[in-house]
Design a protein around this ligand. Structure first.
Ligand code: 2AM
Ligand code: CA
Length: 268
């Protein structure tokens, strides 16, 4: 993507993300009208929808040839990543948003012909903006994030993963995931995939595993993690298809092979 065009899109996207954060903070204490989607714990509120509609309206007015994929369906329905595509989760971590009023993020990834060019993850309540442009490094607010450490092993790693990994009938046999949890130094479960990507980029987690995420949960995070030398695949080591849901492993590259082969032992 041309640098001047990319800088313009990036500046505009950051401005909309910050404005969307202000809307959320202004309105989050009004009655939220909570609904469920794929299952009783998959929540959506009027604000998830309102924020996505806000992005779609602005993008369509300013960049009429850009395409949009959004969790709440206000964007386009696309079958290819050709052109400039905004991949948006208006509120990632809706359960945290509803129950805790913190630990949720706005996630915006901007891809050109399938290549991640811009990633923005905004931790709204902490007012922390993680952001990256391809080839220009990743930032936490104004601070440039360093490349990931080369001094980490699985036994002293902190890995983000939720407790469903330890239940029966998941992607990996539960005895293997129990062994995995015992092998690593510690596990964390923050409830927002976008924030887990941001923490992996920041190096405060060494990786994050998910049983199943959609493109809007990972699009921005992949760009940001890439910029500090991190890697993202599915749990079998395959490249992510940004048009489909998949399992996710994002991590320090030093740990990648070991985590994948550990989980393969119990892979169903
Ligand atoms: P969401 O809040 O945007 O739905 C929770 O562990 C993380 O998984 C969140 O980032 C959440 O994103 C994501 N997730 C993806 N699919 C989900 C589902 N069907 N139900 C709940 N969380 C889901
Ligand atoms: Ca969401």
């Amino acid at each position: 993507m041309d640098e001047t065009i990319r800088n313009d899109i990036y500046d505009q996207a950051v401005q909309w993300v910050l404005e969307a954060g202000t809307i959320i903070k202004d309105e989050m204490n009004a009655p939220l009208d909570i609904e469920t989607k794929s299952n009783p714990n998959d929540l959506v509120t009027v604000l998830d929808k309102r924020i996505e509609a806000y992005f779609v309206k602005n993008i369509k007015e300013q960049y009429s040839n850009h395409l949009i994929v959004g969790e709440e369906g206000y964007g386009d329905s696309i079958t290819s990543l050709k052109g400039t595509v905004w991949i948006i989760d208006p509120i990632d971590g809706t359960m945290n948003f509803v129950h805790q009023k913190r630990n949720f993020a706005i996630s915006v990834g901007i891809y050109q012909d399938g290549v991640g060019e811009i990633g923005i993850i905004y931790d709204v309540m902490s007012d922390i903006l993680y952001h990256a442009k391809k080839g220009e490094g990743a930032y936490k607010n104004k601070e440039k994030l360093p490349q990931l450490t080369t001094d980490v092993k699985l036994t002293n790693a902190i890995i983000g993963m939720n407790h469903f990994w330890l239940c029966k009938n998941r992607l990996v046999d539960e005895t293997t995931t129990q062994d995995f949890v015992k092998e690593v130094r510690g596990t964390r479960s923050y409830g927002s995939a976008a924030l887990e990507f941001a923490y992996t980029a920041e190096g405060i987690e060494n990786g994050y595993l998910s049983l199943g995420l959609s493109p809007w949960d990972v699009a921005a995070g992949i760009v940001i993690v890439n910029e500090v030398g991190g890697v993202t695949t599915d749990i079998d080591g395959n490249k992510i298809n940004m048009l489909e849901k998949s399992s996710i492993l994002t991590c320090n590259p030093i740990l990648q092979d070991e985590i994948i082969s550990f989980l393969q032992r119990g892979r169903k």
